[in-house]
Design a binder for this molecule. Structure first.
Ligand SMILES: Cc1cc2nc3c(=O)[nH]c(=O)nc-3n(C[C@H](O)[C@H](O)[C@H](O)COP(=O)(O)OP(=O)(O)OC[C@H]3O[C@@H](n4cnc5c(N)ncnc54)[C@H](O)[C@@H]3O)c2cc1C
Ligand SMILES: NC(=O)c1ccc[n+]([C@@H]2O[C@H](COP(=O)([O-])OP(=O)(O)OC[C@H]3O[C@@H](n4cnc5c(N)ncnc54)[C@H](O)[C@@H]3O)[C@@H](O)[C@H]2O)c1
Length: 191
């Protein structure tokens, strides 16, 4: 058996860890809420995922140093805004420290009054269900309360620390691809 590369050893630094984690391509969301003065706040977040269908749960992981997180905890609710490909500048704005990330950003209020950023692929309004410890992050579980409409647009993807163009419009259904893969008898040609 061939030995694993140095990246396979436990002796790695933070940059190597980020490089490895950056191979996992994700979408980008903006997690928003309202502060005590009813002003909108939010931050860019890739650590978002669907968690459970019944009950309908999602999760995201804010850094413990996040300044938006305590505002969400206080409000007990947040809105997940799923960014479209054309919203790179929104991601950059909400992904860096700043006083007013909403300056110049158009938004509407969800049923709970939370900020829904215009032109997102969709949005999900949630109440905070549970908070777990995750090293230098919190793991926040939310219960979906309202689903937004779905726009027919391309997603913004984050990959290797940058944004990936999603110009190719074709979407292959995962179920179909999986069953094709499992019944494939064409040797290595699949890859
Ligand atoms: C594509 C993408 C995905 C991301 N995914 C995640 C994720 O999943 N989870 C996550 O936690 N973060 C993620 N981030 C990073 C996060 O969006 C940023 O750290 C963002 O600034 C956090 O916003 P905030 O409002 O929570 O905190 P901020 O107020 O922006 O503060 C963030 C940090 O900067 C410090 N800070 C604030 N203002 C200043 C200042 N003027 N000078 C110096 N330091 C300052 C704060 O003390 C804190 O440590 C992602 C960023 C990008 C671009
Ligand atoms: N989960 C996060 O907190 C998270 C995720 C992505 C980016 N960011 C932050 O956004 C900024 C832009 O990132 P970049 O362009 O340098 O890309 P990068 O090369 O740091 O990101 C590559 C991958 O590393 C992981 N990562 C990066 N920072 C992390 C962190 N603080 N905690 C946990 N995982 C992390 C993510 O999986 C990301 O996809 C950086 O300041 C980065 O720390 C934070």
């Amino acid at each position: 058996m061939a030995p694993l590369s140095p990246y396979g050893s436990a002796d790695f630094d933070s940059r190597q860890f980020r490089t490895a984690m950056g191979q996992f391509c994700t979408g980008v969301t903006i997690i928003t809420t309202l502060d005590g003065d009813e002003a909108p706040v939010g931050f860019a977040c890739q650590s978002f995922t669907a968690l459970s269908l019944d009950p309908p749960l999602v999760l995201f992981c804010p850094m413990k140093s996040s300044r938006t997180w305590p505002v969400i905890a206080e409000r007990g609710a947040f809105c997940v805004n799923v960014l479209a490909n054309r919203q790179q500048s929104v991601s950059a704005k909400f992904g860096a420290p700043g006083q007013d990330k909403f300056a110049g950003v158009d938004w509407d209020a969800s049923p709970l009054g939370l900020p829904v950023i215009r032109h997102c692929l969709t949005w999900v309004e949630c109440t905070v269900e549970n908070i777990f410890d995750g090293g230098d992050h919190h793991i926040v579980v939310g219960r979906a309360q309202t689903l937004g409409e779905v726009l027919q647009d391309k997603p913004l993807l984050f990959y290797r620390g940058g944004y990936l163009s999603t110009e190719h419009p074709r979407v292959t259904p995962a179920q179909e691809a999986l069953s094709d893969f499992l019944t494939w008898n064409g040797g290595d040609e699949w890859l």
